[in-house]
Design a protein around this ligand. Structure first.
Ligand SMILES: C=CC1=C(C)c2cc3[nH]c(cc4nc(cc5[nH]c(cc1n2)c(C)c5CCC(=O)O)C(CCC(=O)O)=C4C)c(C)c3C=C
Ligand SMILES: [Fe+2]
Ligand SMILES: [Fe+2]
Length: 368
């Protein structure tokens, strides 16, 4: 017998009710804050042609010849500064978001199985899709943890799902949430996160919204990411009742020498301090979970930059993480995107079971 081309299938069960699976996918993070683990993670992440779009042969030479020799040790030290007893913050929050979403959906009597995966590293997208299939999920909603669509991130999640699908004989129905940058419940969750912070710490003179950057070239090539970040920023500003003088948007985490989206967060932090802003609050609406980029680059490095440039008080407002309004927003997004997929409620499986017992009894009765 030739080796089967497709992955082994769970045994086919006649008449089993289709179950819905929801897969939250985030970027991924190293397994440990050490050079070797960070190198492995960066090698997978930075080899993705969605992430770095320069010609393959040239890029792989730079990546393996320079970047993977130098960057892992530096990044590992940064990871070590934010690592928790439970692991990398990104992994901890993403896991918790999946558990809470499962709980919130269950409280509404919705029979949905929630899992989470990472685009790079563990838990891998393919293995988690296998598990959902094993659990009987015949309809799967893939929900990338990127509110603003970018070819560099969101599209790459779909690439991983598509690669998995090439190995499947019995495909589930698949749906994909492309973006939720202007979803009212997401804007509301962002606003409530900021308002909760203000209620505890008071308002600053200025609120800076810092989004992850991407190469500016991607904007000219048709990536809607920049426009979506600006729209999220405007909607949040309107919802918070702030003027354009009291809120600005910037882009962080520039990588390499090319021009990335501007204004850069670093320059903006310095500029605000020079302009006389004394008390600055920084919030990162594009990151649903705190991670290296928010806890180290903003809360540690950003603070130093602002204070050195003359600012007096700097606060990083935590990301959405496990804020109840954010989990409610995830419920709303899941409900909207699973529309038309009948969701089993608790009483329905029992009703279906009784109905099938009745039909079986009828059929048996007809035979005797
Ligand atoms: C090389 C180019 C990069 C692009 C393009 C990019 C886009 C992008 N990234 C995020 C979200 C995250 N990025 C994170 C870390 C991170 N990002 C890059 C590079 C690019 N990102 C690197 C090299 C790293 C690793 C850390 C480092 O060595 O500096 C993270 C945090 C991961 C963690 O473990 O905590 C997130 C989240 C978005 C949303 C985005 C485009 C829109
Ligand atoms: Fe990144
Ligand atoms: Fe960074």
């Amino acid at each position: 017998m030739p080796t089967p081309r497709y992955a082994p299938e769970p045994p086919y069960r006649h008449g089993s009710a289709p179950r819905i699976g929801v897969l939250l996918v985030n970027l991924g993070t190293p397994d440990a804050p050490r050079t070797a683990e960070v190198r492995r993670y960066l090698a997978e992440f930075l080899s993705d042609p969605r992430v770095v779009e320069i010609p393959r042969a040239i890029w792989l030479a730079i990546l393996h010849g320079i970047i993977l020799r130098v960057r892992p040790a530096k990044s590992a030290a940064k990871y070590a500064s934010v690592w928790t007893a439970e692991g990398s913050p990104l992994a901890v929050w993403t896991r918790r978001q999946a558990t809470m979403l499962q709980g919130y959906l269950g409280e509404r009597g919705l029979q949905v199985t929630v899992a989470h995966a990472m685009r790079y590293g563990q838990p891998a997208v393919a293995a988690t899709l296998d598990q959902l299939k094993q659990a009987g999920c015949d309809r799967i909603l893939v929900l990338p943890m990127y509110p603003q669509y970018s070819g560099t991130t969101t599209a790459s999640v779909w690439d991983a799902v598509a690669a998995w699908s090439l190995k499947q004989r019995n495909l589930p129905e698949l749906r994909f949430v492309k973006q939720h940058h202007d979803e009212p419940s997401y804007i509301d969750a962002l606003a409530r996160r900021v308002e909760d912070f203000w209620a505890r710490e008071g308002r600053g003179d200025h609120l800076l919204l810092s989004f992850h950057g991407v190469p500016e070239r991607t904007l000219h090539l048709g990536d809607p990411y920049h426009c979506q970040c600006l729209k999220t920023g405007r909607l949040l500003r309107e919802r918070l009742g702030l003027s354009e003088q009291n809120l600005s948007v910037s882009f962080q985490s520039r990588f390499g020498k090319a021009k990335w989206l501007e204004p850069y967060t670093e320059a903006t932090l310095k500029g605000l301090a020079k302009r006389g802003v004394k008390h600055l609050q920084v919030f990162c609406p594009g990151f649903p979970a705190d991670c290296l980029e928010t806890l180290e680059e903003i809360a540690i490095e950003g603070r130093e930059l602002f204070l050195h440039a003359g600012g007096q008080r700097f606060e990083h407002i935590p990301c959405l993480n496990d804020h109840p309004a954010w989990i409610q927003s995830l419920v709303a997004i899941v409900q909207r995107h699973t529309g038309g997929w009948p969701v089993m409620r608790d009483e329905q499986p029992r009703a279906a079971e009784l109905e099938s017992q009745r039909l079986r009894a009828l059929a048996l009765g007809a035979k005797t």
